[in-house]
Design a protein around this ligand. Structure first.
Ligand code: SF4
Length: 316
């Protein structure tokens, strides 16, 4: 049996003393908190901080984001991956402008494009103090361990939620998972709730939660072409990341020249090996391809693979 009152109290105190100083913890603006929660999905905190700061500087509110071009939003997002998040942010910002203000109930936040149960609960609790328990990967792991694999994550998270301060309560549990109850070798000796933890007592903490079955890696070979003409470079719409530009691949009418190098590039479970070649066009360019001035390349959403390919061409 969990002693939820003691766990809540211990977690809250520990969080007050130990929470990391993060830019999105300095604000109560629901827009900024929402942006941080979307960026933090599938992405490490340290990687998110500079993106968050740049994004908020350029788009300080929903109106600025709603009015921007998709190209500019994707360019600022470039490198964070999972680009549907950026496109959904922009769709949602237009929903916010249409309704006149940021939604302030869990159900209405959940209605925004790209917002699932986790994000709605996080924004509702952190920005508005509403009593919705969040269950992310960190929380799931902590709960699996304190219940020794026997508790339903959502039910236990709701039981542990401090209704007087849902923001602190949710963040405390997530923070514990992020810095103490680590996936491998959790720091049980520094854990404020170790005396309540069934896995720690049973010595099973490293076995929990059970391993996720990862999809098998798929190896693919692709060729990129660097085609320059009169200060311009030919780019193709990316088929891997929608809205981004790539170096073109082999097409009819492309005459392949010298090899410029090769590199590996991984997206989720796809492992690409790209070889990069100089090329010239001997006919028409493929549909959708466009010539860009080389000096404007920094201003457009360019895929990471294209950036790596261009680095090969610079290094030769
Ligand atoms: S005692 Fe260890 S396993 Fe249990 S919650 Fe704390 S860090 Fe995690």
């Amino acid at each position: 049996m969990l002693d939820e009152v003691l766990i809540r109290r211990a977690l809250g105190r520990w969080y007050d003393r130990n929470k990391r100083s993060l830019p999105w913890r300095e604000t109560s603006d629901p827009y900024a908190i929402w942006i941080s929660e979307i960026m933090l999905q599938q992405t490490r905190v340290a990687a998110v901080i500079p993106y968050y700061e740049r994004f908020l500087k350029r788009f300080p509110n929903a109106a600025a984001l709603a009015q921007a071009s998709e190209e500019e939003v994707l360019t600022l997002w470039s490198g964070l991956g999972y680009y549907s998040r950026a496109r959904n942010l922009q769709k949602a910002s237009r929903q916010i402008i249409e309704r006149g203000s940021f939604p302030n109930t869990h159900a209405e936040i959940r209605d925004l494009a790209g917002v699932g149960d986790y994000t709605a609960a996080a924004v509702a609790s952190i920005a508005f103090g509403l009593p919705h328990a969040v269950v992310d990967g960190n929380v799931r792991r902590v709960i699996a361990r304190i219940t020794n694999g026997k508790g339903d994550p959502q039910a236990v998270a709701s039981l542990l939620l401090d209704h007087k301060n849902p923001s602190r309560s949710n963040q405390a549990l997530m923070e514990l998972g992020a810095v103490v109850c680590l996936p491998r070798d959790p720091h049980c000796e520094n854990c404020p709730i170790a005396i309540h933890c069934e896995a720690s007592k049973a010595g099973t903490q490293n076995d929990l939660p059970g391993k996720r079955v990862k999809p098998a890696t798929v190896y693919l070979k692709r060729t990129q072409l660097v085609i320059r003409r009169k200060g311009k470079i030919l780019l193709a719409p990316s088929d891997r990341v929608k809205g981004f530009w790539d170096l073109p691949e082999l097409f009819e009418g492309a005459r392949i020249g010298a090899s410029l190098g090769s590199f590996r590039h991984t997206i989720t479970h796809y492992n690409y090996r790209f070889t990069v070649h100089e090329a010239v066009v001997a006919g028409s360019i493929p549909e959708g391809c466009r010539w860009f001035r080389s000096k404007d390349i920094g201003e457009i959403p360019l895929s990471t693979a294209a950036k790596k390919g261009l680095l090969c061409s610079i290094g030769v």
